[in-house]
Design a protein. Structure first.
Length: 188
């Protein structure tokens, strides 16, 4: 990552009802420093296996793709247990990938759930293991591909303008929640 980050994208999924099967919105908030530059949207399968491909495609086809220096994820899994292969995403986009969690993930509970009731759970668990154990940093828990913990520390400090969570992730979370709420109202 070296140097001061200027162009980042943070992805978060929108809420969905517990019984929902099918696709879930995934929103990317593109930032230049602390300024929102654009919004990306894709859909990923609940508990599916397409999150890595969909994120790579959303970034790759966007007008921002060539400038981006970092992808941030709000957790390693989106849409339930659609686990992102952070190392494959890093290789495909040729930029670092940083996973941020507000709380320490309960890896034992995640493993039990994946192996007991999620299709492809063993493969998904291997992706989580390959990402490495979440590390405590700046009041958050992080995993990364293509960057060092020192670079992650600098990045979080530079992008956490309103609390601990980096602004691209905070904004993606807000937009995804709003988009999901709007879609729910339109269906009623």
């Amino acid at each position: 990552m070296g140097g001061l980050l200027k162009h980042t994208v943070g992805f978060d999924d929108g809420p969905f009802p517990p019984g929902h099967r099918g696709d879930v919105d995934l929103v990317g908030a593109v930032f230049s420093g602390l300024r929102l530059e654009g919004v990306l949207r894709t859909r990923v399968r609940r508990d599916g296996v397409n999150a890595t491909d969909r994120i790579a495609a959303a970034v790759g086809r966007s007008r921002f793709g060539a400038q981006l220096q970092l992808v941030l994820l709000q957790g390693i899994a989106v849409a339930g247990f659609n686990v992102v292969d952070i190392h494959a995403l890093h290789r495909r986009l040729a930029i670092p990938v940083l996973v941020v969690s507000r709380r320490e993930p309960d890896l034992a509970a995640i493993r039990r759930a994946l192996l007991a009731s999620v299709p492809g759970g063993e493969r998904k668990w291997r992706l989580i293991e390959r990402a490495g154990p979440p590390q405590p940093l700046e009041g958050l828990w992080v995993q990364c591909a293509g960057c060092t913990l020192d670079e992650v520390r600098q990045t979080i400090r530079a992008l956490a303008a309103h609390g601990r969570v980096p602004e691209p992730l905070r904004t993606a979370h807000l937009i995804a929640g709003g988009v999901s709420a709007l879609a729910t109202r339109q269906r009623v």
